[in-house]
Design a protein around this ligand. Sequence first.
Ligand code: ZN
Ligand code: ZN
Ligand code: ZN
Length: 313
Amino acid sequence: MNATKQAQTPQPRPLPPAPSNMNEAWTTVVRRGGRKAQASLDPRLVPAAAAPQAMGRTVAGTKKKGRKPRKPRAPRSAAVVLELLPAAKEKGLTYGEVMAQARCSVDIDAIGVEGGIRVRHTANGARLLECPGADSGVAADKLATRLREILPDSQVVRIERPVRMAEIKVTGLDECATKVEVAAAIASQGNCALAQVKVGELRSCYSGTFTVWARCPVQAAILLATPPQGRPADSPGKLRVGWVIAHVQLQEARPWRCLRCFGTGHGLARCPSSVDRSGLCFRCGQPGHKAASCTAAAPHCVLCDAVKRRALF
Ligand SMILES: [Zn+2]
Ligand SMILES: [Zn+2]
Ligand SMILES: [Zn+2]
């Protein structure tokens, strides 16, 4: 009886024999001697030490082709938005007049805008003043400040300096790290204003460390997520928080989401949907609370639900 029981207990499967081609590669390379360069082109002939790295590279390459990651890129220009508010209409003020006033009062060359400004119209008719160049942020800041000085008060003309944001994941934080501390570290080491940094809730991981997601200007995110010199391109960047050196990874750009219908590709102001879901929780689809305070055990997608219902009836 004992013997049968023993026979029934599953035995660990014997490991397959170690691949022999690695050794073969070595011997082949050695045997061929002078033709090393040609031999290394054959994947079977790559020396054992180099093989895993080479394989990793090919895997990463094919992955990229299948589903291209939408990593945020640094903006090639910086913009200032000039918008006439309803009070301007009451006063009979037009964009033409305001733009003319701006042009004769602000010397853009003195501010440091090189190559002129491109003026475009936004969806709601406001003017988008684009300063070309990846490092034109400072000039755009100055332009916004000057426009606020010379144009009528903020109840009539709104001057905004929109900054493109990106999301980063900070891992490896210790238990004494706080949101405030992480935000301060991102601002000082990412070279951006503290007001532009938003840090989420810290979450504990299996390893006992903490992880947090944060939003900051794209340039800061790219700077922080850049691996230290000499490290592979896919390794994380570093962020010093307190005593700890945490890791920073740039997150994929998320699709533009409508706050009214939860659909993608358009904003609240131009929502074409007949359904208003703005009162529902984005995570579980129930009314009465928001996603940040959602206690539902599992997320529930209302968009998929609507598609299913349409298919049934
Ligand atoms: Zn919508
Ligand atoms: Zn919910
Ligand atoms: Zn869905």
